[in-house]
Design a protein around this ligand. Sequence first.
Ligand SMILES: [Zn+2]
Length: 312
Amino acid sequence: MLMRPVASLLTALILAVAGSAVAQEKHLIDPTPPGSLDPKPLPPLQNPDAPSTPAKELFARKSTPFPGPSRSIGGYFDGCLAGAVPLPITGPAWQVMRLSRNRNWGNPQLIRFIERLANNAKKIGWTGLLVGDMSQPRGGPMLSSHNSHQIGLDVDIWFTPMPDHVQSRKEREFVSPVDVVALNMLDVDPEVWTHRHTELIHTAAQDPAVVRILVNAAIKKALCREAGPDRTWLFKVRPWYGHAEHFHVQIACPADSAECKPQPPPLPSDGCGHELDFWFKESTLHPPPHKPKPPLTLAGLPHACEQIVKAP
Ligand SMILES: [Zn+2]
């Protein structure tokens, strides 16, 4: 309760500085913050075995994968990963960004998907992929940014095309991603959006492993407009908050991950027209602040994840 006047004062200040509410909200989506060229290890936890310890604190302190066969365990929002494989930071047609985050780990099926997409994207004239977050070495919840990405089957891909040189660590850490959504958030920004962006998402959606792609509603609107006669892929691309600098791809549970919990598939409709109305309502574009949910503890994850995160 006490927070409210403080929050409104802050809002007023931000408005005064930014000039408009639109600018304020735009500023808050997709932070993808830079890290450091010399990341320091996290300090040890005082009481790691306490049942109330947030699981993200445990998973964030693991810098190596759990050995053995690859298994995606549990759900995209509540699970972990064994036998994770790193995506090489420089591939024939991709480069990993924000290396200090150490989130370029995944199920081997995700690695193969990224290789395929990078290759297929070249055929439509996309120079290469800038790869953002995948999963942590043992998956699980993260200290920043995501609720999903927990079982090595999600990847964020930047809308910025790959530069024509191998980027230094410094560039990968500090270059800002291009935001393709217009300032008023009602459509894409014609200054930066190109039809090639549509083709890139189309290419990703056509991959049989892909179950769902999340983009900002303004981008979904552009895809609906630009899709052309083949609209069969649009159902996989769904609007979500943020996702103005990158698109989020989720691939299916691999056949060899028996403990992987699939999500219900997206509705079969193309998701265009009136289905987008909700996303452009004032209350959705500028949602009131909400109380964050209490963090997941190990009790909220499959039992196997405890062994995975506690192993040395
Ligand atoms: Zn994502």
